[in-house]
Design a protein around this ligand. Structure first.
Ligand SMILES: [Zn+2]
Length: 57
């Protein structure tokens, strides 16, 4: 089974239930970056998202 990239925003913002899961890392990062910017006002780089926020499941 392929790896999937997951962002569980609850670990980031306790009251946020946003979850991304995708087998496409590029897509997961893109979605995560947009969500973080639009909903939380944080601008993360791709590297930050990849290293600190996305989990491989
Ligand atoms: Zn969120």
């Amino acid at each position: 089974m392929a790896d999937a990239y997951k962002l569980d925003c609850e670990s980031e913002a306790v009251d946020c239930r946003f979850i991304i899961q995708s087998e496409d890392e590029t897509e997961a990062i893109e979605l995560a970056r947009t969500h973080m910017r639009e909903d939380h006002g944080h601008d993360y780089s791709d590297d930050e998202l990849r290293e600190k926020h996305l989990q491989v499941v």
